[in-house]
Write a protein that binds this ligand. Sequence first.
Ligand SMILES: [Zn+2]
Ligand SMILES: [Zn+2]
Length: 366
Amino acid sequence: MSKRDYYDVLGVEKSADDKAIKSAFRKLAMANHPDRNQGDDAAEQRFRDANEAYDVLKDPQKRAAYDRMGHAAFDQAAGGGGFGGGGFSDIFDQMFSEFSGGGGRQRDQSGNDLRYDMSISLEDAFTGLQQDISITIPSACDSCSGSGAADGSKPSTCGTCGGAGRVRAQQGFFAVERTCPACQGMGQVISDPCRSCGGEGRVQRAKTLAVSVPAGVDTGTRIRLSGKGEAGLRGGPAGDLYIFVNVDPHPIFTRDGSNLHARIPLPMTTAALGGSIDVPTLEGKMARLTIEAGTQSGRKFRMRGKGMPALRRGNPGDQIIEVQVETPTNLNKRQKELLEAFSNSGDTSPESSSFLERVKRIWADS
Ligand SMILES: [Zn+2]
Ligand SMILES: [Zn+2]
């Protein structure tokens, strides 16, 4: 199998300058690095090829030799030449610090964020709520104060990685950095682990936490309790606890953002003659609503500022009442007579009459 041209491998022109070569190599090496492509042989091959090509093209002397003679320039040199193992450039140190994000070791030790689901009533969402919750979560071990080391002993620096948490393995032509197998990347080993936590520095413990639910929350609102999540490994920083709020359906009110909607029955006589009705509010009190004479079914009344409070800044919502005019049922004899007399006394339903007229016109025209 003939070897690919080094310029092709890096995807650069023969005339490319050092900067272009470095940048092309960097891109390839990042994309195909074995740490990011575990088990991908093709990626590993590309990584290997890119390293080989870069090792030659970054060096003016080697590049000149390669330009003159091609791969033959290095056939005899293989193994004994100046670019065998250990030719790893400073670019790698830079890359690895990017992979680990600088503080990679610390991050590995921090606890996970946790989720707790809390269901509350619409009334509680309206007023806000203080509630204690009981949860069992991994918490810092008391016996060892989270260090994971038994009483009187201390974690010691890992001898395998010297505390770095990562080790380099030279694999033929290229080096690969991996999490240290001796300390799992923590940089420290515990020779005498704490009996209570087995060296983890955390144990499952039931806890009671006070949760403050602000007024105005809705289903989907998340409340973050900073540092109340899972304890970190061996004293690492704890994660956060997120309270996921669910507001239960209400028998009377439905919610639309900060507005509240309710349908209220309205006696036919009040609708016709006018008057007032009492309507419920989430405050737990009844509010009086004035009804004009001649109110139709389906009419909506807006009670400004009587909806849900704003969760953050802003005005509270409105309460919107839709009235449903109720047709009288179970009429006694006298009531029937009164309604019949009323019905015969003249036209009081202009909408119905004009509607019938319209229907008749449509039929006459067709
Ligand atoms: Zn412990
Ligand atoms: Zn180690």
